[in-house]
Design a binder for this molecule. Structure first.
Ligand code: FAD
Length: 338
């Protein structure tokens, strides 16, 4: 285990923000992770747990220890006629793990193809796309408790998953390092093609026989055409969550803005499309210094090359203010601001 000093984090975050970490350690095994927690009094240090850095906005140099979770390995734990339980270590790249499952015809994750980042970060915000969330196939995870180095298991219920939410953003925040995640996947797939442009794309691809591989390919094609590639243009995907409001507020807004884009979100709640709200405030495609809102995806804030994290945060705050002024709605970041 090599603890390095003053390491640039530029290549470790998809916004491409060039700040340094005072200490940086990449951990390759579960045992190393436990030793690190037990021997280095991590509980008393300022820590940043890092996966692929695709959901982070670094606003300054990090005056503490960055722990890059690099644990590898994918294993079939057990199976029956209908299901298979697969455990992935936290440092596996999410999309590679999804493809590993798709290749073996294990169904349930195909709609989540091409989401950047590592497996270990996926439960943090219950990643979701194209009508599917991680929680639908999540079985359990193992995490190392930072204070003791002990391994604790969390079941699906214990993770308290919600829309881009989990216990690890609330009462368990800063207390655990996720080491592995186990999924319960289906051997007999239930195809989910109703959301977004999947059906249309499958038709365009002239897919006659539906398969999880075909759905994965369609999702990859849609995402590649819609979202800016962080390798070309620094970004962290959707910067804000879609806000949920109550039906009464929705009715009032709808009367003033008949074009309002919204989806039902459980009892008496409606989810608004944050991208639409931002676009209506005139931000789509706007460049502010070295940053801006993407020309095709208003919800995606980008780094045009030399933006600082603070510049991007300032832009995000201006956007929040204008959405509040125009619609009376609070939009909150999905991205973790450090
Ligand atoms: C182009 C683009 C498209 C995206 N599309 C989507 C999408 O469709 N749906 C979606 O949900 N998200 C999307 N995202 C966001 C992002 O990919 C996910 O949130 C992803 O799960 C983040 O993984 P990561 O490894 O990069 O996490 P990081 O950015 O490294 O970390 C994110 C948070 O998790 C914590 N963390 C990371 N690893 C661990 C660990 N092992 N234990 C404890 N805490 C940890 C970090 O401290 C941080 O708070 C997109 C991002 C980009 C750049």
């Amino acid at each position: 285990m090599n603890i390095q000093q003053n390491i640039s984090l530029k290549q470790y975050n998809t916004f491409g923000i060039d700040v340094n970490a005072k200490e940086f350690v990449s951990v390759d095994t579960l045992e190393e992770l436990q030793i690190l927690c037990q021997a280095f009094n991590l509980n008393e240090r300022k820590l940043l747990i890092l996966g692929g850095g695709s959901n982070l906005l670094l606003t300054d140099h990090f005056n503490g220890m960055v722990i890059h979770v690099n644990l590898k390995g994918i294993q079939v734990m057990h199976e029956n006629d209908e299901h298979v339980w697969i455990k992935s270590m936290a440092g596996e790249v999410w999309h590679k793990f999804v493809l590993w499952c798709v290749e073996r015809n294990f169904a349930g994750l195909e709609n989540l193809s091409l989401i950047p980042g590592y497996v270990g970060a996926a439960p943090m915000q219950n990643i979701g796309a194209y009508g599917v969330e991680l929680k639908h196939t999540f079985d359990s995870l193992e995490a190392v408790e930072i204070a003791t180095g002990e391994i604790k298991k969390f079941t699906n219920d214990e993770c308290k998953f919600g829309y881009r939410e989990s216990i690890f953003k609330h009462e368990a925040k800063g207390k655990y390092i996720i080491a592995s995640v186990t999924f319960k996947l289906n051997k007999k797939p239930l195809f989910n093609t109703t959301y977004g442009a999947i059906q249309q794309t499958l038709e365009k691809m002239q897919v006659n026989e539906l398969s999880i591989k075909a759905i994965s390919d369609a999702v990859i094609a849609i995402r590649s055409s819609k979202l800016p590639d962080p390798k070309m243009l620094g970004n962290a995907g959707s910067f804000f969550k879609n806000p949920e409001i109550d039906v009464q507020q929705y009715e009032q807004l709808k009367a003033n803005f008949p074009e309002l884009v919204a989806y039902p979100a459980g009892k008496d709640k409606v989810k608004l499309a944050a991208g639409w709200l931002i676009e209506q405030c005139g931000w789509k495609g706007k460049v502010v210094g070295h940053t801006g809102s993407h020309k095709d995806q208003a919800l995606v804030l980008v780094n045009y090359g030399n933006a600082t994290g603070q510049e991007i945060l300032d832009l995000a705050q201006q956007i929040q203010i204008s959405v509040k002024e125009k619609f009376g709605v609070d939009i909150v970041p999905e991205v973790n601001v450090v």
